[in-house]
Design a protein around this ligand. Structure first.
Ligand code: 3VV
Length: 153
């Protein structure tokens, strides 16, 4: 299955979160399946938080950030009855607002699962519920308001 981010045109390959053209980035890949988006990522040991052995909070927020905007694009496309991969210029969303609740410490050295669920689509505004899991424990939850860029932005 093609990742949501792999449907973006090459001009967006610079994205720190997901761009395949950014070797210093995460190159995150998100997938929409049965109404849920998922991405898996294992942060490197340099993303240590204040407590040894645990992931830095800003890293967690950035995973939710990039996965959330990809999710918004896929959910909006689905609502419009067209798959991401069927579009030459799929919709492109940026984060207007991102709330993160840190529920449990996130262990390092473990593959993390990031999930997204659609809350609502209202014109250019898409709200996505996000969560991050390690070893089946919910470590963070979040909510994003993503805004679709106007054509030509
Ligand atoms: C990256 C910057 C964009 C550059 C564009 C270059 C091309 C894009 C290429 C590649 C995209 C890459 C994408 C990567 C994604 C990874 C994730 C990120 O890290 S994203 C970076 C962090 N986010 C920003 O930097 C956004 C900065 N903010 C803005 O640019 C604008 O504020 C924007 C686009 C979000 C909205 O501006 P408006 O002029 O298009 O639209 P208005 O009318 O202000 O808002 C639309 C609706 O949304 C509500 N709204 C906007 N911001 C809100 C907020 N913070 N809270 C609640 N509502 C908000 C407004 O009230 C309005 O609602 P009503 O239509 O009246 O019902």
């Amino acid at each position: 299955m093609k990742a949501i981010q792999d449907c973006y045109p090459p001009k967006y390959a610079h994205c720190y979160g997901c761009g395949h053209g950014n070797p210093a980035g995460y190159q995150l890949k998100s997938y929409l399946q049965e109404g849920i988006t998922q991405a898996r990522f294992t942060p490197g040991m340099q993303y240590s938080g204040g407590v040894p052995g645990h992931v830095y909070g800003g890293m967690i927020a950035s995973l939710l950030d990039c996965h959330g905007t990809a999710s918004a694009a896929a959910f909006a496309s689905h609502e419009r009855g067209v798959a991401m991969e069927e579009q030459i210029e799929p919709p492109r969303f940026v984060t207007a607002s991102l709330k993160v609740d840190f529920k449990n410490p996130t262990p390092q050295g473990v593959e993390l699962l990031v999930r997204g669920e659609l809350i609502s689509v209202e014109g250019r505004k898409v709200r996505v519920a996000l969560s991050l899991h390690a070893n089946d424990v919910v470590c963070a939850t979040g909510e994003m308001l993503a805004i679709e860029l106007r054509a030509g932005a």
